[in-house]
Design a protein around this ligand. Sequence first.
Ligand code: GLV
Ligand code: GLV
Length: 328
Amino acid sequence: MDKKPAVFITRKIPFPAIELLEKSCDVEINLEDRVLEKKELLEKVKGKDAVLCLLTDVIDDEVFQAAGPQCKIFANYAVGYNNIDVAAATKRKIIVTNTPGVLTDATADLAWALLFSVARRIVEADKFTREGKFKGWAPELFLGMEITGKTIGIIGAGRIGANFAKKATAFSMKILYHDVKRNFELEKDVGAQFVNLEILLKESDFISIHVPLLPETRHLIGEKEFSMMKKTAILINTSRGAVVDEKALVDALKNKRIWGAGLDVYENEPEIEPELPSLNNVVLLPHIASATIETRTKMALMAAENIIAFFKGDVPPNIVNPEVLSER
Ligand code: GLV
Ligand code: GLV
């Protein structure tokens, strides 16, 4: 019998995926509940036939080199894959896969949760109540922003942005969006209006970001963009931290240039701009948009299935660099 392919999983993921992989592969897992140091990662991938990696792993050419020429697939346990040097992978004819679709609802839902938290000051108000400060109903206690009927601006109308937009219809919102390409289906489905970024920034009451991190989207929102927003605007980011210039965001929040922000992601994760936690008008989450029991299991299975498909000789369903196939 042929030797089973050797798979390395860079950190413990939901068990059903491990169980599935173990049926046809020799699986090794980093069981320590932490990100591996580069040195450790280089050591662990050596000689493996596939790697299931996380968005917290920096996968560059050094990692591909260390794995060796037999290793032809890296399955990322995330929809975003800015942690992987895809160009370097393609050059080595290594397939890279991601987990699109399964985390769309969870991520859009969390963006909404953040928007509600900021607009209605839920975190501040919860803290106040817990601290025993609630002395009775008061006319101006924790006044926030009405959500229903407002204008929402969506930057990036891919799967997640479009899903977020559909949910806005429940709140009778006017929907503006900006993207590098038009989403005609979204326009037809929910009456979303395609506008340039400047109009979106100027006219939206709330702005939610749903673009991938690319050289063109790095610091897409900076000082200039904050200066165009309404003073009552709320910015939500569940995409990648570096899409927003975090220092400029701190300034905008501190100087009340905008009303508030809700963040799930940070420019230099896990580091956070030191002033952010001291500001009341921002809600901070630890990158948990896809963190539901259902979604994380689906993501894990999807990453595993990409690896299994590859070893069966099939094209992995969620390949992000299909050009490697034509070059084979
Ligand atoms: C999470 O951030 C992901 O890209 O899946
Ligand atoms: C990710 O799933 C996206 O395209 O928004």
